[in-house]
Structures are given as structure tokens and as C-alpha cells.
Design a protein around this ligand. Structure first.
Ligand code: ADP
Ligand code: MG
Ligand code: ZN
Length: 622
């Protein structure tokens, strides 16, 4: 049974079929048991105690008997006997009774011998129901596990196929996510017209990994890709691959890729990749054999794939950090697309998309709802609209009004707060000033990289983020750039101090970063005037491992003091510069921070517009 050719809504029917199937199965089972019961042949007989039988025998009421293996007697009474309601009977012989045979002969009973039939048919009939029973129990177990068509599709991927006869999603159905859409557009273009790319030998990524928090729309984006390109979409969740039985997952992977090859051009989408793709050998007790086999199979399949076949593999995860590095190697998921949490504007757009599906009252202000739902994801907002509609329905109203949205929001934020992603307004304001401090310095310092985007939406453990974008790949940095980098790192601290007169613990990683840079300038890069062209301390571990670098102390105490002094002097002078610079541009800082608080994220162009800085022409060297 292979349901790959079903439309999505057929799934419901499958459930139904399964239940009906189960019922028929059960009836058949009962029937077989009943048949065996009858097949035993002797069943209508009344079971008599041996003593009663003996009594009847002595009274001469027994007509015929059949002795089975000298253990059991089946017999018939004489019709004119005392107990007319008993005709056929059986009894067990409790002990080897030597008197029995002589007595029977004496009473003229017709005696036949037989053995308890071990006919092959009976054996089959007796074992089959048990086997069927086991299969049935197993089948029910699979049902309970929650997937419709599992029992008879072992090893077959139940990749659901969304083709153009279903509801086709496009990028228009995904609000915001401009950058992700931009990156995925390339995939779409390729799928629409693979020849155009392959003819000139252009390389298209084989696998694209969508990375983002739960509910940010990764699955939605993947589906929209297929819709945009108008190709088939095979969807499968990583957890579907992980099965009780070793080897099943691997065979499912094989099958999924085979489906892909057969139906090219298409998109294979593996949701929750981390369920199979966790780093191998990391399991407790060393044995996640099944998962490792599945992962290995996936790696093998991806390697055996040619993009020119017209198959693109998308995957989604919210834990890219736990993925096996082998998955991220070139030729596999070598491209990552970040799917961000929505900012205010994006939240409003998401609400608009989902608001279209319900009748909205005239007082509904989606912008206000968007502003009142910080830290929520697209899925949360889709849920919010639904909850509001439920509130309206409960009140028997035809339209969803603002009050419904407010009630729904209160309910939603409780849930979100439990996941502890919600930020209080005060905290958000502080973060806005902190990030604005970082961001503003990108514009005030001529040697700094241009800013890409600044946001107060939490990213991992950070409350906010100011992202810079080097114009070109740079392998070596000069002192001016490094000093600018240190000052930018100090910008958050300085802005907090300038605005609130005190600073928060949110500055920890900034301080670490600045200090590490200043230290390297002194001990590695010879950028201190006092100490000059010299390196101190030998590194124990290569930098790219990202571990704390342990150093041999190969210098005197006096030098150590000088090193510390030099580091401090760099940091101190940077700090003074930074604080002075921000004080001088306090108006800009406040303007930027307040806007950031409102909009939650700002791009380079918006900031330039806001602060009246001229648009810079990007230097493009060839
Ligand atoms: P993820 O796969 O990242 O966990 P989903 O793609 O499953 O998230 O999103 C769940 C639902 O949330 C979607 O079906 C959609 O209704 C809604 N949603 C999420 N992000 C967006 C968005 N950017 N635009 C519109 N709807 C969204
Ligand atoms: Mg998903
Ligand atoms: Zn910071």
C-alpha cells in the first residue's frame, strides 16, 4: 500500500479505511475461532463426571463409546435412558481403570478406539488465529502511535505529495521573511527551468537547510517553494524515520529519495532534521544504531544525487547546533537560510494574511495587535487569529471584534511567557538603547563595517543583535578597524550608561569580545606601541576549534604587567572615545533607540533615512 499518489485530503479516508479494516479483521478472527470450536466435532456433548458415567454404565444406559488415547471417552446414551435430555456425552478417565473394559463388555456397549486427532488442518486452524491475533495487536499498536497507514507500508516513505491540484502555496502566503525568500528564489528559478542553469554549468545547492525557531514558518516556506516552482513536494518529518526496528528508517530514506528521482523536478522536504541528523555517537550507552543507520543512509543518498536531476532537498531544524557536521559538508546541506522571528511590521503582515480567513469587525486594528504581541512567532499569530474567532463564535457574533483579539492575546501571551520568550516593555526599551548604541557607532566610525540590520528580537540567548556586513571578504584587518570593532562592542555599554546612568548584565559578552580583541592586538598582532613587534605566549589549541585558548606563559612578571597595562590602555581610550561620541550624538541615539523600540528591527536604509545620513555607494571591486 503506497499512498504517495494521494492528495493530502485522502489521509482522512485512510484513517477511516483503517478502522473499517480493523473491524472486518476482528469479525473474521471471531469467525475462525468459532469455526475451530465447531470443527472439534464433539462439542455439543455434555461433560459428565467419571462417576456419573460409571453409574450410567452400570445401569446399562450406554449405547456406544469412543475411547480416545485411553484418556477421554465420547459416547452416546441409549435413547430410552433415564435422563432423556442427555444424549451425547463425554468424560475424562481420571485413572487407569482396569474394571472399565470388562464392565463395558459385560453391558454390551459398542466400543471404538481412536486417537485424539492430530490432523494437520487442526494444527493450522489452531495456530492461525493466534498469529492473526498478534498481527492485530501489533496493528492496533501502530494505530495508537498515531500514523494512519503504517501497518502495511513498512519501509515505504509516507511522503505526502502536494501537487498542483491541491491548494498551492506561494511566497505571497508567507509574510515577511524577505531574506529567506530571496535566497530560496534561486532554488525556485532552478526548478522552473533547470536547463537554463545546467547549460552554462552553474552549480545549484543540492540541499538547503532552513534554520529558525519553532513556528517561524520553515515548513510554510518549503511548501511555498514547491508552489512557486510548481513542482511536486515530498514532505517527511525526521521523526518519521526513527522507528522501533533497525533498518526501517534507512529503507524509508531510500524510498523517499527514489520517489524524488521518479518525480523530478520536485522538492524533498525533511522536517525536523535534527531528529535523525544528530551528531553520531553522541547517544547515551553508545547505541543509537537505528538513527545512525538512517543518517548514514541519508548521507549516502545525498551524495548519490545530482542536482541536475531536478531534485532539491530542503530541510528544516531549530537545532542546527546538534546536527552531525557531515550533514553540513559541501554537496549536502551546504547552504543555510535563517528564518527569523517576525518584527512588528512582519507580525502585522502575518495577522493580515490570517485575518483574511475570518470576518473582521470594523474596530479591529491589526497594527495595534502586532505591537502588543512581542516575542510571538508566525504560528502563535495564526493561532491568535483562530482563538479570536473562537471567542467571537462563543458569543454568537458574526464578526471578530477587537475585544476577541485582546482576549486571545492574553491567552496566547500566557503560553508564550511560559516558554519565557516574552520581554517586558522596560527590558525591551533597555535593549533598544543598548543595540542602538552598537548600531549608531557603525555610522559614526569611518573605519567600521557597514551595518546590516539591528534588532531587539531575541536571538538565541542574546536579547538583541546588531549585524554588520563586510563589503567584501576580508582576511586581514588593520588596527583602525580593530579599534572601531572594540568601540562598537562597547557601544551597548556606553549607551546604557548614558541613558540610565547604570549598566546591565546584558553587556557581558560585549565586554568579553572587546577584551579578547584588545588582548590579541597586544600579544599576537604587535599593535601595542609600548611592546611592539613581538608575540607572547604560545597557543596550545588551534583557534578554529573555538575553545578557550590556553597559553604558555613565556614572559616575565614585568612583561605581564606591561601587557595588562597596554590592554587596559587600549580599552580605556576606546571607552572614552565611545562615550564621548555617543554623548555628542545623543539625539541620534535616542531617535534610533525609540524607533527600534517601536519597529523592533531596522535595516541600513531605514536608519540612514531616519538619521539623515547619506546613502553610501557600495564599493565593488572586481
Ligand atoms: P515551523 O515549521 O517553522 O515550525 P510552520 O511553517 O509550521 O513553522 O508554521 C506554522 C504556521 O504558522 C503556518 O502554517 C502558518 O499558518 C503560520 N505562519 C508562520 N510563519 C508565517 C508567516 N511568515 N506568514 C504567514 N503565516 C505564518
Ligand atoms: Mg515545521
Ligand atoms: Zn551588546
Amino acid at each position: 500500500m503506497d499512498n504517495n499518489d494521494q492528495e493530502p485530503n485522502r489521509k482522512v479516508n485512510f484513517r477511516f479505511d483503517n478502522n473499517r479494516f480493523a473491524l472486518i479483521f476482528l469479525i473474521a478472527l471471531v469467525g475462525i475461532f468459532f469455526f475451530i470450536f465447531l470443527a472439534d466435532g464433539t462439542t455439543p456433548a455434555v461433560e459428565l463426571p467419571y462417576s456419573t458415567f460409571y453409574q450410567y454404565l452400570q445401569d446399562g444406559q450406554i449405547d456406544t463409546v469412543k475411547i480416545l488415547d485411553y484418556k477421554e471417552i465420547h459416547g452416546v446414551l441409549k435413547s430410552q435412558g433415564v435422563s432423556s435430555d442427555i444424549n451425547a456425552f463425554r468424560t475424562r478417565i481420571p485413572y487407569p481403570d482396569d474394571d472399565l473394559m470388562p464392565l463395558m463388555r459385560e453391558k454390551g456397549v459398542r466400543v471404538k478406539g481412536d486417537s485424539k486427532g492430530v490432523s494437520p488442518l487442526l494444527i493450522i486452524l489452531q495456530t492461525v488465529p493466534w498469529l492473526l491475533g498478534l498481527v492485530f495487536i501489533w496493528f492496533m499498536f501502530r494505530q495508537v502511535q498515531g500514523s494512519g497507514n503504517r501497518a502495511f507500508s513498512f519501509g515505504k516513505s509516507r511522503a505526502k505529495r502536494y501537487t498542483d491540484n491541491g491548494k498551492n502555496l506561494t511566497f505571497g502566503d508567507v509574510a515577511g521573511q524577505k531574506e529567506a525568500k530571496y535566497e530560496l528564489q534561486e532554488v525556485v528559478d532552478f526548478l522552473k527551468n533547470p536547463q537554463k542553469f545546467t547549460k552554462i554549468g552553474a552549480k545549484i545547492p543540492k540541499g538547503v537547510l532552513l534554520v529558525g525557531m519553532p513556528g517561524t514558518g520553515k515548513t510554510l516556506l518549503a511548501k511555498a517553494c514547491a508552489g512557486e516552482a510548481n513542482v511536486s513536494f515530498f514532505h517527511m518529518s525526521g521523526s518519521d524515520f526513527v522507528e522501533m526496528f533497525v533498518g526501517v528508517g534507512a529503507s524509508r530514506v531510500r524510498d523517499l529519495f527514489e520517489q524524488g528521482r521518479k518525480n523530478a523536478p520536485c522538492i524533498l522536504f525533511i522536517d525536523e532534521l535534527d531528529a535523525v541528523g544528530r551528531t553520531r555517537g553522541a547517544g547515551m550507552g553508545g547505541g543509537h544504531d537505528e538513527r545512525e543507520q538512517t543518517l548514514n543512509q541519508m548521507l549516502v543518498e545525498m551524495d548519490g544525487f545530482e542536482t541536475k536531476d531536478g531534485v532539491i532537498i530542503l530541510a528544516a531544524t531549530n537545532r542546527p547546533d546538534v546536527l552531525d557536521p557531515a550533514l553540513l559538508r559541501p554537496g549536502r546541506f551546504d547552504r543555510q537560510v535563517v528564518v527569523d522571528m517576525p518584527d512588528v511590521q512582519e507580525r502585522e503582515d502575518i495577522l493580515k494574511i490570517h485575518g483574511k480567513k475570518v470576518p473582521l469587525g470594523p474596530d479591529v486594528d491589526l497594527n495595534r495587535i502586532a505591537r502588543a504581541t512581542p516575542g510571538t512567532s508566525g504560528a502563535d499569530l495564526a493561532n491568535l487569529v483562530n482563538e479570536a474567532a473562537l471567542f467571537a463564535a462563543r458569543d454568537n457574533r458574526e464578526q471578530v471584534i477587537m475585544k476577541d483579539f485582546e482576549d486571545a492575546r492574553d491567552k496566547l501571551l500566557l503560553g508564550v511567557a511560559r516558554r519565557s520568550r516574552v520581554i517586558s516593555p522596560e527590558e525591551k526599551k533597555m535593549t533598544a538603547y543598548h543595540e542602538a548604541g552598537h548600531a549608531l557607532l557603525h555610522y559614526l566610525l569611518p573605519d567600521a563595517d557597514p551595518l546590516h540590520k539591528v534588532t531587539v528580537i531575541p536571538h538565541g540567548r542574546a536579547l538583541g543583535l546588531a549585524m554588520s556586513l563586510p563589503e567584501k571578504e576580508i582576511y586581514s584587518r588593520n588596527k583602525k578597524w580593530l579599534l572601531a570593532r572594540i568601540k562598537i562592542a562597547m557601544g551597548g555599554f556606553a549607551a546604557e550608561k548614558l541613558t540610565y546612568g547604570e549598566t546591565t548584565t546584558g553587556t557581558k559578552s560585549d565586554i568579553e569580545q572587546a577584551t579578547a580583541l584588545a588582548r590579541k592586538m597586544v600579544v599576537e598582532w604587535g599593535m601595542s606601541d609600548e611592546l611592539g613587534f613581538i608575540t607572547f605566549g604560545q597557543e596550545d589549541e588551534p583557534i578554529f576549534l573555538g575553545k578557550e585558548i590556553a597559553r604558555h606563559k613565556d614572559y616575565s612578571e614585568t612583561t605581564a604587567t606591561t601587557i595588562d597595562k597596554e590592554i587596559q590602555s587600549i580599552l580605556r581610550s576606546c571607552q572614552e572615545d565611545t562615550e564621548a561620541l555617543l554623548k555628542e550624538h545623543k539625539d541620534s541615539l535616542v531617535l534610533l533607540a525609540e524607533n527600534l523600540y517601536e519597529k523592533e528591527s531596522l535595516g541600513d536604509r531605514e536608519i540612514r533615512e531616519l538619521l539623515g545620513y547619506p546613502e553610501v555607494k557600495k564599493v565593488t571591486d572586481l
